[in-house]
Design a protein around this ligand. Structure first.
Ligand SMILES: Cc1cc2nc3c(=O)[nH]c(=O)nc-3n(C[C@H](O)[C@H](O)[C@H](O)COP(=O)(O)OP(=O)(O)OC[C@H]3O[C@@H](n4cnc5c(N)ncnc54)[C@H](O)[C@@H]3O)c2cc1C
Length: 523
């Protein structure tokens, strides 16, 4: 076998998977048909859940330094600012990163690429997957190399992170179901002055659509995204200057465009692969699902597909878990993609609907309703959980089990374990629980009861965190509805696998054997 995992595609998804496998000691190869990293910004929004994963990867400080925190969204209609939605700390108490970070996809890819190089792995550029065959114990890939020759390579597993036109998906005969939207979008990196609120999102709503202005690094640097006016569709020689009059007219405000560094148009599709796996080949990221950019979810969902699959592949390849653990990848990620397609579809339909009533709703009502709703704490929390992807749960997964006796409001199996600040040593100040977790292992969090002594099934794969009795801890636990006594066995990706009240060693043993398919090294 040439490698354990062959990763096709070095976009954000492939780079995240390569990093996660490398830090778990898995032998992997990553190839991409392009000559080098993409230069275009494309996706812009990095969600809190992604930043939490970046923290474990050691790249979050660089990301925060390079990016801009979206402190607010300003809605404009008919030349007036009609509402401001504060976003600065919208997810306070939910995540250490309670905001949306504006950081271009190119910067994200650069950070992930550098992290990969530090781990001793490099992307093989100019290398394209052109053929794929599967045997019971391996995948045989045909790669076109930089000199144009073809080479056969065998891998135990293959990850298709090769984007919307995925060769892995096509060679595996997996249908990509859905359709294109009728609208054509444009995107431009511009230098522009105008009444936009600096450093914040500015959304210009008009009867037939919207224009988004994202603040970028550098003076007067804004990313403008909008719908291409119908009269301009189908032109090959289109330049940003052709779009400017429509942007000015519909925004209704004085905008002085000084330069445009990048302009592109693109048609958006909403599609989902019927399956995310064909035997030894997996689909992740845009290869598995694409949708409208509403809500800045695309790149983030791909990164989290990779985070979901990596720990499972690592355990199976190390011989520590049965291969059926891998079934949970598509069982967990297909529902996430389906829900995402549904919600982005509905939001997108409202935003781009040509109907008169929708136009009125968009320009007059939407802004005020959104601003009023965001004054209410429950609405703010709901919006943040949904958009930041910290609310993604796997309640139906075969890996999720909540034992009887755990109170109704308590976090349940499948949830991402809540972010808390806890005193993990009675003589120390409260610390960030996520920093104390090790995402290359399982974690057992024990509250209000004695610490269990030994867990032979998990031995080196487990970190035990006993939460000391302390008034500060009681307050933090109460805020998250975590009762005393309770215990939570977390998977390496921070989702709760098994949850219960009084610690039950037999239940943990059954859980790891039956649901994770864990094997002791000697098995
Ligand atoms: C113009 C534009 C604007 C966008 N704006 C947003 C946004 O605002 N917010 C958002 O969330 N998302 C946005 N997106 C979507 C976002 O860019 C994608 O969700 C993201 O790139 C997905 O990452 P990925 O790694 O799964 O796929 P990709 O980034 O597409 O990477 C796939 C990689 O696979 C390589 N590859 C393909 N085929 C092969 C092969 N046969 N062999 C070897 N390598 C191969 C490609 O060269 C590429 O590098 C935008 C997309 C576009 C095009």
């Amino acid at each position: 076998m040439d490698t354990d995992v062959l990763i096709i595609g070095a976009g954000p998804t492939g780079l995240m998977l390569a990093n996660q496998l490398a830090r778990r000691g898995v032998r992997a190869l990553i190839v991409d048909r392009h000559a080098g990293p993409a230069r275009e910004t494309r996706a812009l929004g990095v969600q809190a859940r992604t930043l939490e994963i970046y923290a474990r990867l050691g790249v979050v400080d660089q990301a925060l330094e390079l990016g801009k925190r979206a402190t607010g969204a300003n809605l404009w209609a008919q030349a007036r600012r009609t509402a401001r939605i504060p976003l600065g700390d919208i997810g306070r108490d939910i995540s250490p990163y309670p905001y949306l970070l504006i950081l271009g996809q190119d910067d994200n890819e650069r950070l992930l690429g550098e992290a990969l190089r530090h781990r001793g792995m490099a992307v093989r550029w100019n290398t394209e997957l052109v053929g794929l065959a599967q045997a019971t114990d391996r995948v045989q890939a045909t790669l076109r190399q930089p000199d144009g020759t073809q080479r056969e390579l065998s891998a135990a597993w293959l990850a298709g992170c090769d984007g919307a036109r995925s060769a892995v998906r096509e060679l595996s005969g997996i249908p990509f179901e859905g359709a294109p939207y009728e609208h054509i979008f444009f995107v431009a990196d511009t230098q522009v002055t105008g009444p936009m609120v600096p450093g914040e999102l500015n959304v210009y709503l008009w009867r037939e659509g919207f224009h988004l202005f994202f603040p970028m690094r550098g003076a007067d640097h804004w990313r403008v995204v909008g719908i291409l006016p119908e009269a301009l569709r189908g032109r090959d020689d289109l330049a940003f200057e052709d779009v400017v009059p429509a942007v000015r007219r519909e925004a209704g405000v004085a905008l002085d465009f000084k330069a445009c560094a990048w302009f592109s148009t693109y048609r958006i599709h909403h599609r989902r692969a019927r399956r995310f796996r064909d035997r030894r080949a997996f689909l992740l990221g845009d290869a598995a699902h694409i949708h409208s950019p509403v809500g800045a979810q695309g790149m983030n969902t791909g990164l989290q597909d990779a985070y979901n699959l990596a720990w499972k592949l690592a355990l199976v390849i190390a011989g520590r878990a049965d291969a059926r653990l891998l079934d949970s990848y598509e069982d967990e990620r297909i529902p996430v993609a389906t829900r995402l397609l549904d919600t982005t579809d509905r939001a997108f339909a409202l935003i781009v609907s040509d109907a008169w009533l929708a136009g009125l709703l968009r320009t007059r009502v939407l802004a005020r309703v959104a601003a009023a709703a965001m004054k209410l704490a429950p609405a703010r929390r709901f919006a943040f959980r949904t958009i930041s992807q910290t609310g993604i749960r796997y309640p139906q997964s075969a890996l999720s089990e909540t034992l009887a006796g755990l109170g109704g409001g308590a976090p349940r199996a499948g949830d991402r374990f809540p972010w808390l600040k806890l005193k993990l040593r009675a003589d120390r100040a409260p610390e960030d629980l996520f920093d104390a977790l090790d995402d290359t292992r399982f974690s057992l969090i024990v509250v209000g009861q004695p610490t269990p002594t030994a867990l032979p099934e998990l031995d080196d794969l487990l970190r035990v965190l006993a939460v000391p009795d302390d008034p500060a801890n009681d307050r933090a636990l109460a805020r998250a509805d975590i009762p005393r006594p309770s215990f939570y066995l977390l998977r390496p990706d921070g989702h709760i696998g098994l949850a219960g009240a009084r610690y039950d060693a037999a239940a943990v043993g059954r859980y790891v054997a039956a649901r994770i398919g864990l094997r002791t090294p000697a098995d």
